[in-house]
Unconditional design. Structure first.
Length: 160
């Protein structure tokens, strides 16, 4: 985005950081739950007498720890490398911060279209005050058509 929109960029960056932190916690808790289940099942096997060797129990617990560390490292790398879709992220920020309602999605739309428009059709700003082609350049004479309230009063008197 443009450097003029630092508040928008800061909002999106802050939301992306929170999204990454949430994904990291979500995957870490999932990994921790799976490892706890494995340790619980192995502890049940020890209590039931299926595993009697101390060396085997130590090896299994060390292997669970190493697998957990490797899995956690993979989670850290994958979460830090991933980024959410900017459109989804903008919609999420707009839901939380009502000041930015529809502004982030509009800016992201214009950001995507920046390379599509021909040079002459580019708008001077990201959100101009008056888009070209929406309003006529010549204003009609104010008395050329009666105001709507005159039409309504005429029809209500005529049809009563």
């Amino acid at each position: 985005m443009n450097s003029r929109f630092t508040i928008v960029e800061m909002s999106l960056n802050r939301a992306e950081f929170r999204w990454k932190w949430l994904k990291f916690l979500e995957h870490s808790f999932l990994l921790g739950g799976v490892l706890c289940l494995v340790v619980l099942l192995f502890g049940g096997a020890i209590v039931l007498g299926w595993v009697a060797s101390k060396a085997l129990a130590t090896t299994v617990f060390a292997a669970v720890g190493v697998v957990g560390f490797i899995g956690w490292t993979i989670i850290v790398i994958s979460v830090m490398a991933g980024t959410p879709d900017r459109g989804w992220l903008a919609a999420a920020v707009e839901r939380v911060d009502r000041r930015l309602l529809d502004r982030l999605n509009t800016l992201l739309f214009l950001e995507r279209r920046r390379g599509d428009a021909p040079q002459g059709d580019r708008l001077p700003g990201a959100l101009p005050g008056k888009p070209r082609g929406c309003w006529p350049t010549k204003h009609p004479h104010p008395l050329s058509q009666p105001p709507a309230r005159w039409n309504i009063s005429w029809h209500s008197c005529w049809h009563s």
